[in-house]
Design a protein around this ligand. Structure first.
Ligand SMILES: NC(=O)c1ccc[n+]([C@@H]2O[C@H](COP(=O)([O-])OP(=O)(O)OC[C@H]3O[C@@H](n4cnc5c(N)ncnc54)[C@H](OP(=O)(O)O)[C@@H]3O)[C@@H](O)[C@H]2O)c1
Length: 286
């Protein structure tokens, strides 16, 4: 059985849909915080169990019978994040899982300037030490994160953000398809995959050009000093820890941590990954 955690989230629910295209529902299970939100999957024959990363017993029960487990990383930062992953890996060992696939990120490193990439590196260490076979999906930076950064510019026409660097923005649909293909045994990796990226690395100057083309109205790019960005964000009520996290993304991008592109995602999915321009067009046409 293949068990997917985070199956009510944006990536996990796409992975489950891609698995359902490949195998009978009875071979799929989900581990979710709130089983009521997965009732639709239960109705289609998917095994739904409650699994909370803060409750090891629930995880051991939810992971029962897992030949493979997709461990979707938590949306937390620092020790709180890694501690949750440690509980999940421990529960997978206890449940006798055959393999863990973990949603890591390109640039995962103990020395990354982006806090989440340091957490991914620590989690990959936990997996290495678990004694279980494991795969770390080094997912490209979500294009949806770029779209969040662009939300204000969508109205103003000016991309006013800190200095950045090229990022290989990548779509959820492509990453979910790749995860499902690996879970279904169509491809196999031990340890970290190559970076699973979109087709091009773009900085926000390049994004301004393609937004201009996509929208048929001008977009400009203004570099905002980090300190000004911090003050503005704090002034809008963004928590200080979130502001620091955002600034750490720009710092890591400036250092080129997300700049490489790689053909592996296309090989896994059998198609060219979605270009950022088409993802932006889709999102902004809604
Ligand atoms: N590669 C990248 O660029 C990038 C960017 C941002 C984030 N990420 C990572 O990728 C992960 C998946 O992305 P996504 O877009 O699917 O995010 P998402 O929609 O926020 O999904 C996160 C999932 O984690 C679940 N979760 C949170 N706390 C939990 C807990 N205590 N126990 C069990 N489940 C818990 C959530 O459950 P509910 O559905 O119940 O809320 C949700 O299903 C994120 O969580 C984050 O770690 C990667």
């Amino acid at each position: 059985m293949i068990i997917v955690t985070g199956a009510t989230g944006k990536l996990g629910r796409r992975v489950v849909e891609r698995l359902l295209e490949r195998m009978p529902a009875r071979r799929i299970g989900v581990s979710v915080r709130d089983p009521r939100r997965a009732q639709g999957l239960a109705d289609r024959g998917v095994r739904v169990r409650r699994g909370d990363f803060d409750d090891v017993d629930s995880l051991v029960h939810a992971f029962e019978g897992a030949d493979q487990l997709l461990l979707t990383s938590l949306d937390r930062i620092g020790e709180e994040c890694v501690a949750g992953h440690r509980r999940a890996v421990g529960a997978a060992v206890k449940a006798g899982a055959g393999r863990i696939l973990y949603t890591s990120q390109m640039g995962a490193s103990h020395t990354s300037r982006f806090a989440a990439c340091r957490d991914h590196a620590r989690t990959e260490d936990l997996l290495r030490d678990s004694g279980l076979p494991w795969t770390a999906l080094r997912n490209g930076f979500y294009a949806s994160s770029a779209l969040q950064f662009l939300e204000a510019a969508r109205g103003t026409g000016d991309i006013a953000l800190p200095a950045d660097g090229p990022v290989a923005w990548t779509g959820h649909d492509d990453l979910a398809e790749a995860a499902a293909a690996i879970l279904a045994g169509e491809h196999r990796f031990d340890g970290p995959t190559p970076p699973l990226t979109g087709p091009a690395a773009l900085d926000f100057t390049a994004v301004a050009d393609l937004a201009t083309r996509a929208e048929g109205r001008p977009f400009t790019r203004t570099v905002v000093p980090d300190e000004t960005f911090r003050e503005q964000a704090l002034g809008h009520g963004v928590p200080a820890a979130t502001v620091d996290l955002m600034l750490s993304i720009f710092a890591a991008a400036r250092d080129g941590e997300f700049a490489s592109t790689d053909p592996t995602l296309a090989r896994l999915t059998g198609r060219e990954p979605a270009a950022f321009e088409s993802l932006l067009r889709d999102a902004w046409s809604r």
